[in-house]
Ligand binder design. Structure first.
Ligand SMILES: Cc1cc2nc3c(=O)[nH]c(=O)nc-3n(C[C@H](O)[C@H](O)[C@H](O)COP(=O)(O)OP(=O)(O)OC[C@H]3O[C@@H](n4cnc5c(N)ncnc54)[C@H](O)[C@@H]3O)c2cc1C
Length: 379
């Protein structure tokens, strides 16, 4: 497919570039905790105040109502300007909680939550995975009992990114007694300050505390917080995962391409260390990822739409590129003490083939839904 920018796209890009050059924070983003929350919200507030948040969100919900081409242009200009990574505490709210509310929420839910998301007032997290229900999400057991106009929730979630600093959670629970698998689930908005919620952060290999376990002990959630209908949560959850695996990841892919270019610049100055072939492959693969992303986003009618292909290719390429970065920079440039730069990013990249659905699960989806192979596994 052809992807061409119009004169208006170029004008948008120039305006974005001019604003970003003046406004990108000079200090590095903190990795976790309240400092990460404050930094991310303040950056989003600054963009919102200047009219740069919610570029592809509908105007009716406070966005600019522009195309995905413009959204991509914004991400590209942000990376060029050295803006903070989009994978920050506002990632869930802006990239998949908000879009899920737009697609499945009631008008009251949209009116209350969407302006707060876009203007940088709140942090959201996702509460889907449980200790025994990750890949096999449909086996989840956290239960919400209907009592009057509330759900009384008991159970446990795990790996909930930024749950320790979140205001709200996309919470997927079982609400129909005796139901199994995808039936009888509900997607609810959980206020993280509700009595009965306990959050315990978990450290990762890079020393950061991004994610947490969350325990629910008789937590009362109004039925009006159910998104997409009581016992219809699987459909809403698939909408969320669709955003998470496709559109939400666009900015991360653009960021990855910029890292390849940074490696090439390093090699030009310091020498390629014998990695010329790998560098050339990395640039070619980053270009292929970009083409695949554009085709997926703009739904070329000749190809099936599926974020899983993009997600899988991105995840494995990210790990290859970060490994190449470590090899090229060598031990003398590895900032192991402070765990920053390439070392930190390399360690963080291990999670790419797990988060948002593992590489094996994405392969299953591609095999079954795109290639039409026989079903396997336990999903
Ligand atoms: C950085 C990070 C952030 C995360 N953030 C969140 C979050 O915010 N909210 C949230 O809810 N969850 C989050 N997760 C959890 C993530 O969604 C799960 O880790 C993931 O779905 C895998 O589940 P699991 O860890 O239980 O592994 P398991 O499902 O136990 O899988 C273990 C291994 O078995 C393989 N496997 C399992 N089933 C099959 C099958 N049918 N076919 C082939 N292989 C199979 C898997 O690929 C994997 O290699 C995050 C994870 C990471 C790493």
């Amino acid at each position: 497919m052809k992807f061409e920018l119009s004169d208006e796209d170029h004008a948008f890009r120039a305006a974005a570039r001019a604003w970003l050059v003046e406004n990108v924070p000079s200090e590095p983003a903190p990795h976790d905790g309240q400092p990460a929350r404050e930094f991310a919200l303040s950056w989003l507030r600054r963009r919102h105040a200047a009219g740069w948040s919610g570029i592809a969100w509908p105007k009716a919900y406070g966005g600019l109502g522009l195309s995905y081409e413009r959204q991509i242009a914004w991400h590209e200009e942000s990376v060029i300007a050295g803006a903070p990574s989009p994978l920050d505490p506002t990632f869930v709210s802006v990239n998949h909680a908000g879009p899920t509310l737009i697609a499945c929420g009631t008008e009251e839910q949209k009116a209350f939550h969407l302006p707060k998301i876009l203007s940088g007032e709140v942090v959201w997290c996702q509460g889907f995975s449980e200790p025994d229900s990750g890949s096999d999400l449909a086996s989840l057991r956290t239960f919400g009992r209907v009592e009057g106009d509330h759900l009384i929730v008991n159970g446990q979630k795990i790996w909930s990114t930024y749950a320790d600093i979140a205001d709200y959670q996309e919470l997927l629970i079982r609400t129909e007694p005796g139901s199994e698998r995808q039936a009888g689930l509900s997607w609810v908005i959980c206020d993280m300050s509700a009595p009965g919620i306990t959050v315990q952060p978990i450290g990762n290999i890079a020393g950061a505390h991004h994610f947490a376990q969350v325990f629910y002990d008789d937590v009362r959630i109004p039925l009006s917080n159910v998104v997409g209908g009581l016992n219809n949560g699987w459909k809403t959850a698939m909408t969320t995962l669709g955003f998470e695996r496709a559109t939400a990841a666009t900015a991360l892919q653009i960021e990855l391409s910029a890292k390849v270019e940074a490696l090439l610049r390093f090699a030009e100055v310091q020498g390629d260390g014998g990695f010329a072939h790998e560098l050339a492959s990395a640039r070619a693969e980053a270009a292929a990822l970009r083409a695949l992303t554009y085709r997926t986003l703009f739904k070329d009618p000749t190809t099936p739409f599926d974020g899983s292909m993009v997600r899988l290719f991105f995840a494995e390429l990210a790990q290859r590129i970060h490994r190449l970065g470590m090899q090229l920079y060598g031990p003398e440039n590895a900032d192991c003490d402070r765990l920053s730069g390439w070392v930190y990013a390399y360690l963080e990249a291990f999670s790419e083939t797990i988060a948002g659905g593992t590489a094996e699960i994405q392969r299953n989806i591609i095999g079954e839904r795109i290639l039409g192979l026989p079903r396997g596994g336990n999903r």
